[in-house]
Design a protein around this ligand. Structure first.
Ligand code: IP8
Length: 271
């Protein structure tokens, strides 16, 4: 079991869409989970924290229906789909932010599409002053995977994973805590192979070797499941930022991960 010393350095917490929403039911938030996580985050009392949540059953079905990730093909119904995807994400973000405010956390909702433009799906420009100032002042910014404008594609989907890793690098975070709906990275799909075991600790090199063996399990995610997550995390890990993947559907895991207490999960470090 791995234990991190509590420090005043920034932690970026990514809450998976499959945790904060009911993935199988369109536009349905998992309010008990959101409220529980808000309490865990409040109890952890971190001085430097940034939260990013995924799209789950709010963002992904619309993104898929209107092919937002693939970019603008000149079809006006796609423009409407972009509007609807953005709005659905703001609705989910409000539910998350409301729950955090209920727990007296000084959160500020920040809409990624208003300060980020991508190029072929990768973050190309970002105005980082407002976020920097929010952190310095003591706020907890709450962002999310979003439909964003793109220099090449017109628009696209920016995943919360890419965003979390980018922000971690940009603001020199100590760690990215990824709260997902399974216990971490497995050697094979635990739902299919009985012999699958949880990888508790691995280096970047070991991770790269595993890429071909990691299976994507979700059918509604337009942004790429577990393999996509690991690929997105790689640049941050390369910069010495560790990534800790824990099951946020299980009570207390996120609290423990944020506090640096011992908890089951997969820790990925540069070396
Ligand atoms: O769930 C994608 O974010 P993710 C958000 O973190 C949308 O991949 C709008 C589909």
């Amino acid at each position: 079991m791995w234990v991190r010393k509590l420090s005043r350095k920034l932690i970026v917490l990514k809450l998976g869409g499959s945790v904060v929403t009911r993935k199988e039911k369109p536009f349905t938030a998992n309010l008990p989970a959101i409220r529980r996580l808000a309490k865990e985050i409040s109890d952890a009392k971190l001085s430097q924290l940034m939260i990013v949540h995924g799209g789950g059953s709010f963002g992904h079905p619309l993104a898929k229906q209107y092919a937002i990730k693939e970019g603008y093909r000149g079809d006006p119904t796609q423009l409407f789909g972009f509007s609807k995807t953005r709005q659905a994400m703001m609705t989910l973000n409000k539910l998350v932010v409301d729950a955090l405010i209920q727990r007296n956390i000084s959160v500020v909702a920040v809409s990624p599409s208003s300060f980020i433009v991508t190029k072929s799906g990768r973050i190309a420009t970002m105005t980082d002053e407002p976020l920097k100032k929010l952190l310095q002042t003591g706020f907890v910014p709450v962002l999310y995977g979003d439909a964003v404008l793109d220099f090449d594609l017109g628009f696209t989907i920016l995943s919360g994973d890419q965003l979390a890793a980018y922000l971690a690098v940009q603001f020199s975070a100590e760690q990215i805590v990824m709260g997902i709906d399974v216990d971490g990275v497995f050697t094979a799909d635990p739902r299919v192979e009985e012999s699958a075991s949880l990888i508790r600790h691995c280096t970047l090199q070991e991770l790269k070797k595993m890429h071909t063996r990691i299976v994507d399990t979700s059918s509604t995610d337009v942004t790429g499941g577990m393999l996509g997550k690991l690929i997105e995390l790689t640049p941050a890990i390369e910069k010495g930022i560790s990534a800790f993947i824990v099951n946020a559907s299980k009570p207390k895991n996120v609290y423990k991960a944020l506090r640096g207490e011992s908890v089951t999960g997969t820790l990925i470090q540069k070396t």
